[in-house]
Design a protein around this ligand. Structure first.
Ligand code: PMP
Length: 357
């Protein structure tokens, strides 16, 4: 019988957020995957449709138009950009390229659930450093956990699922102390929702520290989750490693065309982000009137550290058609949705009786 090797056997498979609710015939609000509630813009759909006519050919792996447009937008060199099928795949490539058996990959916990899967899949050892009591990265503890085996460190800011951002100066001081041979991946999947001027700005830190790779995605603020388009900004040494482990032809021409069209449509997309930020502020104003432990969010979701009450709260929300992402015993992450979804969420939270469970 075929058998998984030891390092794969114990990996818990990634479980996507739920998208249906049993026994509820009212409106269902899927707030479990931090998606953009808005559908793609007409100009983006047009670009996708146009690109579809060449689907009998493999995509251009160099992604020339997208690379040129994004390099200009970010003010980086074209050679400093690499794309993948979602930033999760780029994260996997970074791990596979720079860590193997016997190496350690560090990240805060709780953070993005894909990290342990990617690290273990690469045969490396995950080192999870607990967040502080106020749900933030514990950078001193992370520094203290560095060993000679540490090869990659992930800093997820704003952090999924807690929404907390690492401070810019705090991260700068951290980077100054990380050995230069350790790759630090600043995962900024939610950076476009960041409003705190003191929050870390990965692209600036990347310019200062050659061992930094910044990870961005088109899935969230740009609303292209299903097209699977993410990228890293990193130095040529990093690019050389990535080129060896990247999936050939992973990024489709459709995704590339949609990426270019999205960059052209940034003012329209920004208007949508602004609405989501207003909705986040409204949700947070409501949460401040409750006794939920809900840290201020710099992302497009809020975190309710419901602890032991998590399952009961999740069941209550589900019974009202609201699907959040529950981590049993810890908390629920709820995406900021449309104004209607957020009103339904506030109503559902308001009708939950704490302590009855
Ligand atoms: N990083 C973080 C922190 C995330 O939360 C996610 C998506 N949930 C990703 C990366 C991956 O996003 P994608 O693969 O869609 O680009």
């Amino acid at each position: 019988m075929i058998k998984q090797p030891a390092h794969i056997e114990n990996i818990p498979a990634y479980k996507p957020g739920k998208s249906t609710v049993d026994g509820w015939d009212g409106p269902v609000y899927k707030l479990s995957s931090n998606e953009n509630p808005y559908p793609p813009l007409p100009s983006v759909i047009q670009a996708i449709t146009d690109a579809a006519s060449t689907m009998h050919r493999y995509p251009n792996m160099a992604a020339p138009e997208l690379t040129a447009a994004l390099a200009q937008r970010l003010g980086v060199k074209e050679s400093e950009l690499a794309f993948g099928t979602g930033s999760v795949e780029v994260a996997g490539q970074l791990i596979r390229a720079f860590a193997g058996h016997g190496d350690e990959v560090m990240y805060a916990w709780r953070s993005f659930e894909a990290y342990p899967i990617l690290v273990r899949g690469a045969g490396a050892t995950p080192v999870e450093v607990p967040l502080t009591a106020d749900h933030r990265h514990d950078l001193p503890a992370m520094l203290a956990a560095i060993t000679p085996a540490t090869k990659v460190i992930f800093i997820c800011t704003p952090n999924n699922p807690t929404g907390t951002a690492v401070g810019h100066e705090e991260l700068r001081a951290f980077l100054a102390q990380v050995p230069p041979h350790v790759l630090v991946v600043i995962d900024e999947a939610y950076v476009h929702f960041q409003s705190d001027p003191d929050a870390a700005r990965g692209l600036e830190l990347y310019r200062e520290f050659p061992n930094v790779a910044v990870l961005h995605t088109f899935s969230k603020a740009y609303g292209l989750a299903a097209l699977r388009l993410g990228y890293t900004v990193a130095r040529p040494e990093v690019m050389e490693g990535l080129a060896k482990v990247a999936l050939p032809f992973g990024v489709t021409d459709i995704a590339q065309a949609a990426g270019v069209a999205s960059l052209l449509a940034e003012p329209e997309l920004q208007a949508r982000i602004d609405v989501l930020l207003e909705e986040r502020a409204k949700l947070e104003a409501y949460l401040a009137t409750t006794d939920w432990d809900a840290p201020a969010s710099q992302a497009n979701f809020v975190w309710l550290a419901a602890g032991e009450e998590t399952d009961a709260l999740q069941a209550h929300l589900m019974s009202r058609g609201i699907i959040g992402r529950a981590f049993s015993g810890t908390g629920i992450r709820i995406s900021v949705g449309s104004p209607e979804a957020n009103e339904a969420l506030v109503e559902a939270l308001g009708s939950y009786n704490r302590g009855l469970f």
